[in-house]
Design a protein around this ligand. Sequence first.
Ligand SMILES: Nc1ncnc2c1ncn2[C@@H]1O[C@H](COP(=O)(O)OP(=O)(O)OP(=O)(O)O)[C@@H](O)[C@H]1O
Ligand SMILES: [Mg+2]
Length: 731
Amino acid sequence: MQEEMRRYSAKLREAGNLPIEARVGVNTGEAVVRSIATGEGHAEYTPIGHSTSLAARMQTLAPTGSTAVTDATRKLCEGYFTFKPLGPTRVKGVHDPVNVHEVTGLGPLRTRLQRAAGRGFTKFVGRQAEMEALARAGAQARAGRGQIVAAVAEPGVGKSRLFYEFKVKNQSGWMVLEAFSVSHGKASAYLPVIDLLHGYFRITGDDDSRMRREKVMGRLLALDRSLEDALPYLFGLLGLVEDSDPLVQMGAQMRRRRTLDAIKRIVLRESLNQPLMLMFEDLHWIDDETQALLNLLADSIGTAKVLLMVNYRPQYTHSWGRKTYYTRLRLDPLGQENADEMLSALVGDGPELVPLRRLVLERTEGNPFFIEELVQALFDEGVLIRNGAVKVTTSLSQLKIPPTVQAILTSRIDRLPPDEKELLQTLAVIGREFPLGLIRAVTGSPDDRLEPMLSHLQLGEFVYELPAFPDVEYTFKHALTQEVAYNSVLMERRKLLHERAGEGIEALFAEQLDDHLNELAHHYGHSPNIVKAVKYLQLAGQQAAQRLAYDEAVSHLTSGLELLASLPDNPGRARRELELQLSLVESLRWTKSLGSPETRRALIRARELCGQVGESTELFAVLMGLQGHHQMRLDLEPARELGEQLLALAEGANEPAKLMFAHAALGLFFLSAASSLPPATISSRPVLALIGGRATLSSLFTLSTRALALGRCGRSVMRTRRLRGAARRSL
Ligand SMILES: Nc1ncnc2c1ncn2[C@@H]1O[C@H](COP(=O)(O)OP(=O)(O)OP(=O)(O)O)[C@@H](O)[C@H]1O
Ligand SMILES: [Mg+2]
């Protein structure tokens, strides 16, 4: 762009006009685009977010006539472009200085596969059937029965790699010509064809116009002098016309037809010398002219030694399907075995890598590009390190989607019609799987509107239907698609959709809410309805504890407590908090132990809350917990005080169960205190007086533990005396 601008400016200057110069700033990151109706049915789009303001900042930093990019952009484009560092710069709103780079020109890379090659290809796995199909088509083409082979698959599944492997295996005896399309290529006529011709005529970026003309002429005439009349068309196409264009008088249609015909003749003539492998990548991006050339070639190679290999993503269609010499290869993501093999090559087989490998497989579902990128991102972020063998350094829970993968998924979602995109986003908020009834409840749309959209989303392989009874159920085909769609929903709308999903579940499963507590806690937890969020987090937490899933219980209850804090402070809130804190203590004693600081914090807060609520039933339980806590930590004074408080409470209430617990607590205290308290303390009160006349089981427990404690004291006093005596004797 800048080069074009410079050329154009030079022309302006020559004509005595003022030149034009542009400063461009680029950044890469997530942005949300809001549409604003401007009246008369028009809408304007405003991107919002940090990524865009950083791009704007780059623009102000770019030297005039140049393009400045952030480090994030440079990382993604390295190799496709060349850069010069402009150094770190402070940017408002960003903590660390941002590294700025100036774009200095085009780099050597054109495709993602070439870039992957730079990183070193992952060992090629699977795809035997496809390789065999290609080999068969190759053999036919060699024998003069031209073939077209199309590889069709979603991005990253391995179309280009398959072609590459086939090309490498079949290099000898073939002439290989390749053409690449680029995502912005639809608007640039002939881009892949020009690419192909540059390859054929061995034209490089450094060749000037004269050199280029010579190369084209030399090679064409050496091929066949009778092709000389094709030269003006080639020069025209390659931008090599000198002073006067001999074709200037010709109508555009005629000129186009003859240009295409010229290329076809070169291809067919060249295939007489040796078989020709023509590869056209990424047809979903091609322009109309290149498409016209492909149609022409497809019609004419049936009896030539030409193997025309094309690949594209499923949204693209063409008209060669009925030809007898056409083969379509549909590539699926790698199966479990091949994906495993690929991961072994990437990270190794160590037993400690099993959870990591499982996680990567789950998230990527066999898409080799996603596998590579996810593993690379883990290395980049330091989660994985290669130190001889690969090691996992931190928790895997924070696995982020790499921007390269995100870009692919986002662009697929963005291509959907607006109402389907909105539906997909809503589905993403509902979850990975969802029954039709719930979709109905959340969207409020009638079936005759929903069903065509859902079937289109199925055709596009975003979601698929699960066999379910009695309701139809859908699931996201790809966990990552769901995540990206979810992240693309604006926060406010997201909250609203979560609330509607919660309400939908409540209505739909009113009879079996217990089976849906986790989902309800999740949806209300992300909605503006905090009261319901707390309610379901508490219920989900208690259910998890019943199932002995204490970690999960702690996480639900802690989230519930955090949300509760944002509600107005009143007795109702205090009561709810007390319940949550008590449930939390019950789970914490398993995940952390009764003696842990976390448990103490919860207990102390619960004691405060009992004061506020004025409840003694819970107070007894809280004090029991606290007494046990101090007892475990051998904080003897508080343990004793709390034990006596418990006994006083129990006596006041005159409840046998409480009495038993209080005695048991005191009894345990005496037992643990025996070795550290002087015997006098233990026997200071007449034991029988303590329990009065009521010789219950619990008081007997206190009694017996006191006796045991006294016995221990006695023994240790004796032992000390004996030792002292022995020591004296030995002196
Ligand atoms: N069978 C395979 N074994 C090992 N690695 C593979 C395999 N298939 C693909 N890959 C790797 O996965 C990455 C993506 O593959 P590739 O570029 O061929 O995908 P694609 O289908 O052409 O995607 P796009 O539609 O975006 O062009 C590449 O780095 C490639 O090396
Ligand atoms: Mg490709």
